[in-house]
Design a protein around this ligand. Structure first.
Ligand code: SF4
Length: 347
C-alpha cells in the first residue's frame, strides 16, 4: 500500500480515490478572479488547484485566497526556495518544487518549515525545464532525465527525513512521460505519484493525447492524482480528467451516457435523441448509466443493462428503467415524456 499524504483535508495515495487537479489560469494578483475560478473548479469536482507563485511578494494574495476557498491549494514554485518558504508562511498546505531549476543546496529551510507545518512537497519535474546536467547524465534521453531530476531531489528530501512528498514527471511527449513515470513507479513504489502530459494543447488532439498518456499509466496502476493540461478553461481540464477515470472504471462523477454511433439500420435519429437526453443527465446521481440506441440490433440489450435506456423501434423509441420496459413513444412525444422519465430516481 502506498503512503498516504494529506493536503488540508484531502488524502492522496494510500487507497484514496484518484484525485483530479487543475491549475489557476489567472495570476494571484487578481485575487477575486482566482477565488471565482476556485469556486467554479470546486463545482466541477476539482480536488486540488495549483497556483503559480512567481515571487514572494504575492504570498499575501495566496494567504488571502487560502483563507477564502475550501479548494486545497498548492503553490507552484520555481528557481528560488525562498518563495516556497513564503508560500508555507502564507498558510499554503502544499508546494510544488521544480527539480530542474531549484538549487538543492538551499532547500533546508523549506524542508524544516514543511516538516513543522505538515506541508506536502511535490517534486515536480517538467520536460520544458530540465537542466542540461540531467539531460547530459541521461545521454540526451528526456524520459530518463526527468526521472533523474525527480530522483535527485526526492532522495535529498528522504535523506533529511522528509517523507511528505508527491512525485511527478511530465513531458509534452507521451512517450517520455510514460518512460519517466515507469522509472519513478519502479524506484519509489510507496510514494504517491501525480501524473499528466504537460502542454497537451487545445482541441480534440489535446484530449486524446492526455487520455492516451494518463490513461496508459493509470491502466498499469501508476498514478494517485492527475492533471489534464489543456490550453483551455481549467474546468474543462477537470471534466476531461473525470472522463479518463470513468473510462477506466476508476472513479465516477455524474451519469455515463452510452450511445450508439448510429448507422443505416437506425429506427430513430440517434443524434437528435442524444441532444434531447444530454441536458437531462445533470440531475442524475453519480454512476448512473443511460443508454441511447438506434435500433433493435444492440439497442434493447444495452438499454436494458443501463439504469435508464432508450432504444429505437419502428414506432419511435421504447424506454427502459432498470431493464423493465417503461413505454413506447413516437419521437415527437419524447420531448414531453423524457423530463419526467429522467427525474424519477433510477436507483
Ligand atoms: S444500435 Fe442499431 S442503429 Fe445503432 S449502430 Fe447499432 S445497428 Fe446501427
Amino acid at each position: 500500500m502506498k503512503r498516504k499524504v494529506r493536503i488540508g483535508g484531502l488524502e492522496i495515495g494510500g487507497g484514496a480515490p484518484i484525485r483530479v487537479e487543475s491549475m489557476l489560469k489567472v495570476g494571484l494578483a487578481e485575487k477575486e478572479k482566482c477565488l471565482a475560478q476556485c469556486e467554479r473548479l470546486l463545482s466541477e469536482g476539482c480536488d486540488l488547484a495549483r497556483a503559480a507563485l512567481p515571487s514572494s511578494e504575492l504570498a499575501g494574495a495566496l494567504a488571502w485566497l487560502a483563507k477564502r476557498t475550501t479548494l486545497p491549494l498548492m503553490a507552484d514554485v520555481h528557481f528560488d526556495p525562498a518563495i516556497a518558504v513564503a508560500a508555507i508562511r502564507a498558510g499554503c498546505p502544499s508546494v510544488r518544487l521544480n527539480p530542474g531549476n531549484m538549487p538543492l543546496n538551499r532547500l533546508s529551510e523549506v524542508v524544516r518549515m514543511a516538516k513543522d507545518l505538515s506541508v506536502v512537497i511535490r517534486v515536480g519535474a517538467n520536460g520544458g525545464s530540465l537542466s542540461p546536467r540531467h539531460l547530459s547524465a541521461a545521454g540526451g534521453d528526456a524520459g530518463t532525465a526527468l526521472f533523474l531530476a525527480v530522483k535527485e531531489q526526492v532522495d535529498l528530501l528522504l535523506e533529511q527525513g522528509f517523507e511528505n512528498v508527491i512525485l511527478s514527471a511530465k513531458s509534452s511527449s507521451v512517450g517520455n512521460t510514460l518512460r519517466a513515470n515507469a522509472f519513478i513507479a519502479r524506484a519509489y513504489p510507496d510514494l504517491p505519484l501525480h501524473v499528466g502530459v504537460t502542454e497537451a494543447g487545445p482541441g480534440d488532439g489535446s484530449v486524446v493525447k492526455s487520455a492516451v498518456g494518463i490513461g496508459s499509466l493509470l491502466a498499469q496502476g501508476i498514478g494517485d492524482t492527475l492533471r489534464v493540461s489543456l490550453t483551455d478553461e481549467p474546468e474543462r481540464e477537470v471534466r476531461v480528467g473525470y472522463e479518463i477515470l470513468r473510462a477506466l472504471g476508476l472513479r465516477r462523477r455524474g451519469a455515463e451516457l452510452v450511445s450508439c454511433p448510429t448507422c443505416g439500420r437506425r429506427r430513430v435519429d440517434v443524434m437528435k435523441l442524444v441532444k434531447l437526453v444530454e441536458p437531462l443527465l445533470s440531475g442524475l446521481p453519480d454512476g448512473v448509466t443511460v443508454a441511447v440506441m438506434g435500433c433493435e440490433v444492440n439497442g434493447p440489450k444495452e438499454a436494458k443493462n443501463a439504469d435508464l435506456g432508450l432504444a429505437g423501434t419502428p414506432m419511435g423509441a421504447v424506454l427502459f428503467k432498470k431493464g423493465v420496459p417503461a413505454g413506447e413513444y413516437p419521437f415527437e412525444k419524447l420531448p414531453d415524456v423524457l423530463p419526467a422519465f429522467f427525474s424519477a430516481n433510477p436507483e
